[in-house]
Design a protein around this ligand. Structure first.
Ligand code: 173
Length: 321
């Protein structure tokens, strides 16, 4: 009797662990940002937590950065299912849908976007046009700045060559700049060779690839809000069991819950670090600063409304303060 019960328990236990293994899904993840940067560092902490809490359910396998899939090809890799998920910013996958780059224009935090319908609207467009799920916004509270090696005393970039991505194109061109698009991984060389006189980047992260060695000035104020998010292939998403989707949603919310504390502190720390490194701040007077920021949003939305009138109009209303 006793032995029989023991054997019964053993068999039942084995069956459970077998089926648990069979139902574990491993998702392949890449990053459009360089592996040695702050975003991937933050991402990998999250992956570690997901893998610890997702045993028998969901695991994430980090494949690598732009060496695995080049920065501007990551969006298509997610769309077509070459990878299951990616860390990227919309400016890197405007080749999938121009709307991707509109996310830089959000003026409310993602917690608000989830409440007012913005997050659902983004997902509707991402599902339909990108065959992807917009899972989590991992970076917020990181305004973009213009970094320069030549001094300016007013918001005029005539005669300057500036490294951009789609994030900055309309604004910097409106200020008279000549623009050159590069992935982050190519910026150091462009600065070193004098191919560019400056570049756009958020307030944080310029030390990660040693750009500070080739940077003399930061222009204040900043503008927009750097958007770095996790996207998931829609077919992969649909194939997951409800329990797996719920688990990933919960992990997404946990990641976003860190944004406020993590990125506000990082912005302050990085500002101080830049000053220590001898990077000088170019500050416009109050009226010029106000006009500069206003011009950034005007140029950004004007371009968005021209490229995708219906979605841009909806997003403009949903993204506003
Ligand atoms: O490469 C970039 O300058 C860029 O578009 C970006 C977007 C979000 C965060 C950091 C950089």
């Amino acid at each position: 009797m006793k032995v029989k019960r023991l054997i019964g328990a053993f068999v039942a236990g084995a069956a459970i662990s077998c089926s648990a293994l069979a139902q574990e899904t491993t998702l392949r993840l890449v990053s459009a940002f360089p592996e040695n940067g702050v975003y991937v560092k933050h991402l990998l902490q999250w992956v570690q937590k997901v893998n610890a809490e997702g045993k028998g359910n969901v695991q994430i396998n980090f494949i690598g950065g732009p060496k695995a899939v080049p920065t501007f090809e990551v969006g298509n890799a997610v769309k077509t299912g070459v990878v299951d998920m990616a860390l990227a910013t919309g400016a890197f996958y405007t080749n999938v849908m121009p709307e991707a780059d509109f996310l830089k224009l959000t003026e409310i935090p993602v917690t608000e976007q989830r409440k007012n319908g913005a997050f659902d609207y983004i997902n509707k467009v991402w599902n339909e046009k990108g065959n992807m799920v917009y899972l989590a916004r991992m970076v917020e509270h990181q305004p973009f700045h213009l970094y320069l090696n030549k001094k300016i005393d007013k918001p005029d970039l005539s005669g300057l060559k500036i490294r951009i991505t789609p994030v900055y194109r309309d604004f910097f061109q409106a200020l008279g700049a000549n623009v050159i698009t590069t992935a982050p991984g190519e910026l150091y060389t462009a600065l070193e060779r004098g191919v560019v006189d400056g570049y756009g980047w958020p307030i944080g992260g310029i030390f990660d690839l040693n750009w500070h060695e080739k940077t003399k000035f930061r222009v204040d104020p900043g503008f927009y809000d750097a958007e770095v998010s996790i996207i998931v292939n829609l077919d992969t998403w649909k194939k997951l069991r409800p329990q797996q989707r719920e688990f990933l949603q919960k992990q997404a919310l946990a990641l976003e819950a860190q944004n406020e504390a993590t990125w506000r502190k990082y912005a302050a720390d990085e500002t101080a670090r830049q000053e220590k490194a001898g990077i000088q701040t170019i500050r416009f007077d109050e009226a010029q600063a106000r006009a500069y920021r206003a011009k950034a949003y005007e140029a950004g939305w004007a371009s968005a409304l021209k490229t995708s009138p219906e979605h841009a109009a909806k997003m403009k209303a949903l993204f506003a303060k």
